[in-house]
Ligand binder design. Structure first.
Ligand code: PGA
Length: 251
């Protein structure tokens, strides 16, 4: 049995005051213990969130980490070791905004995946196709290629302590959610690709869906066989919505 997971990606949002408010409203939410819950604030607010949720079962993660491990001369970057040392458990790797807006290649994403694990964090590897790629019928090819880079570089064993998030780019922040069937098709293909290397590892890897997940579509998405939870952007900034999504994952 895979434990469901709901992850909240706060992206480039928040001030000290609004983060304090969000923490307070999260604290009063009924959050099911059967669900693993993590939030990903901006790296500026990581410490504030860690201090605010320390008695709730909400883990904290980073939205990105350096491809280089340890400490040293790399201006502006934060290493996995630094995030782990303050108490982060997770890191998003290869979010489409980083791939498409900031030019991260499959190869860079793969290096960050390894750096995360070496530095003591569990990566959430994000995969997904653009609208153009979907319309050209290339969804499975693109997602397969993104996954293959990490699988070929680091092997199937690396997925024993990693989570994968399928996030179609056209569904992110657009209000357009993939249908449960569209998402399930891709999730099944991801699991099948992992399974060709090791069936047992493949069965254990949690596959999250991301892209306009909300309280009112979460249950339907999470009812699919290979959808083990969600990576939630916009709706994770509203504690009530996020709490309801977590509860949907627990049912
Ligand atoms: P969204 O973002 O829920 O606002 O669509 C999801 C994500 O980018 O992780």
């Amino acid at each position: 049995m895979r434990r469901p997971m709901v992850a909240g990606n706060w992206k480039m949002n928040g001030t000290r005051a609004s983060v304090a408010e969000l923490i307070e409203s999260l604290r009063v939410q009924a959050l099911p213990v059967s669900v693993e819950i993590a939030v990903f604030p901006s790296c500026l607010h990581v410490a504030q969130v860690l201090g605010g949720v320390d008695d709730k079962h909400v883990a904290v993660g980073a939205q990105d980490c350096a491809a280089q491990n340890g400490f040293g001369a790399l201006t502006g970057e934060v290493s996995a070791e630094q995030f782990a040392e303050v108490g982060c458990e997770w890191v998003l790797v290869g979010h489409s905004e980083r791939r498409l807006v900031l030019g991260e290649t499959d190869e860079v994403v793969s290096r960050k995946f390894l750096a995360a694990q070496v530095g003591g964090l569990k990566p959430v590897l994000c995969l997904g196709e653009t609208l153009e790629e979907r319309e050209a019928g290339r969804t499975l090819e693109v997602v397969g290629r993104q996954l293959a880079q990490v699988l070929d570089d680091h092997g199937i064993a690396a997925f024993e302590s990693a989570v994968i998030a399928y996030e179609p780019v056209w569904a992110i922040g657009s209000g357009l959610t993939a249908t449960p069937e569209q998402a399930q098709e891709v999730h099944a293909a991801i699991r099948e690709q992992l399974s060709r290397q090791d069936r047992q590892v493949a069965e254990g890897v949690r596959l999250l869906y991301g892209g306009s997940v909300k309280a009112d579509n979460a249950a339907e998405l999470f009812s699919m066989a290979d959808i083990d939870g969600g990576l939630v952007g916009g709706a994770s900034l509203k504690a009530n919505e996020f709490g309801a999504i977590c509860r949907a994952a627990g049912n």
